[in-house]
Design a protein around this ligand. Sequence first.
Ligand SMILES: Nc1ncnc2c1ncn2[C@@H]1O[C@H](COP(=O)(O)OP(=O)(O)O)[C@@H](O)[C@H]1O
Ligand SMILES: [Mg+2]
Length: 481
Amino acid sequence: MKVTTLQPSQGPTHHSAAPAEQARQLRVASHSHIKGLGLSETGEALTQGSGFIGQAQAREACGVVVDLIRLRKFSGRALLLAGPPGTGKTALAMAISHELGTKVPFRILVASEVYSAEVKKTEVLAENFRRAIGIRVKETKEVFEGELTELTPTEAPNPLSGYGKTISHVVIGLKTVRGTKQLRLDPGVYEAIQKERIVVGDVVYIEANTGAVKRVGRSDAYATEFDLESETYVPLPKGDVHKRKELVQDLNLHDLDAANARPQGGQDIMSVMGQLVKGRRTEVTDKLRAEVNKVVKGYVDQGVAEIVPGVLFIDEVHMLDIECFSYLSRALESPMAPHVIFATNRGLTLVRGTDDITSPHGIPMDLLDRCLIVRTEPYRREEIRKVLEVRAGVEGLAVGTEALDKLADEGSRSSLRYALQLLSPSAILAQLSGRQEITPEDVQETHDLFLDAKRSARGLEDWASESESSGPGGGGAVEIK
Ligand SMILES: Nc1ncnc2c1ncn2[C@@H]1O[C@H](COP(=O)(O)OP(=O)(O)O)[C@@H](O)[C@H]1O
Ligand SMILES: [Mg+2]
């Protein structure tokens, strides 16, 4: 059996490290089989497309929303995915993200993440809003690129000491497929070349306006047959030595906020973008955000930058409280608002943070008014079976037909998610008994070992009533209500 490894995060997020961030990646991994909404040219749901099975109406509705987002006609509005647990709400949001492509920022926030001891709730929301707004910065750079054929520093007597020598300039030769060029550059570049340990025969990249030097690798003309060093060989660059390069950087507003809160010197794009706003700061404040907005608007007017409104997905939205909801209503009005997708599995329920306001999905009416609501329906047994099949394929597990039937039965009895969760432990049991394929017995054994929510709750109820009937102190059981 193949031990299933977590898929690398796909698309939406590429950060790592922090626990919240890891949770986000796990979330993505359990949806790794979802590659899109699986719609036809005309927007109809294929029976099985891009890993998505069933839930046709919701998928088609999401397809319309994707079109609206592409046409930039969805800002200030929100999509609400409502339906029972395990009916593919998160999967739909992931599919929307895939449809929009990696260039459109997609930010996932689980509503309970706003309750942090260190940061204000609205701060968490503000940060996530800004992470969902992309900025594409276009820059034309003049660069020199080629294999280094010559490196001759020219020394001159040091005007300050009279004894020592300094480098007055450096002459380098660069070669590409097209031709060669000799350049006379200032001593700063020579220093950078030395720092990067660049020698003749390396392919280098020099930015004309900043003097930044990068070693691309060793020219593959120097590659020998036996090579134990870990060298990267690169082909001789094509085109001329002197090129104009159109560089496109994708950032988001939060990157700019953070960079400006901790400005550093340097020549790379983040340092440059980190000096938009003058003055030293250590914290992202509303004032700083406003200043960043202003500068960005200026760049947009000059045609240097373009704003790419992305998507903010807030899962389990009923966990937000009234304070957060009023923040959201206001934030959605701002001209720089991203597209927002909510998901919830609650029906009519109390709005958190209020004593007596009940509302559909626990969302206040004024916000609900801005939402397009899409329902997800519970799955039929056949659909559950298909999803299991797809998922087993992705995880590289062999499941027999009968075992698949049994898993599907379990799924329709409790939930799709429970059935999916039985897959990996069943595979381990199969492996322990020296089998490659999961059999119905493995499924049964896993089912006996691990309870689903309903059986678990029922078990506790029985236990509580038993310990009650045995009187106070009986068995020393702690009462569970
Ligand atoms: N229609 C579907 N086709 C394929 N996989 C699905 C489908 N619906 C749900 N899944 C998968 O089932 C699991 C549970 O779905 P999820 O989207 O997390 O449910 P929800 O967010 O509604 O509680 C996930 O691993 C998801 O990728
Ligand atoms: Mg979910």
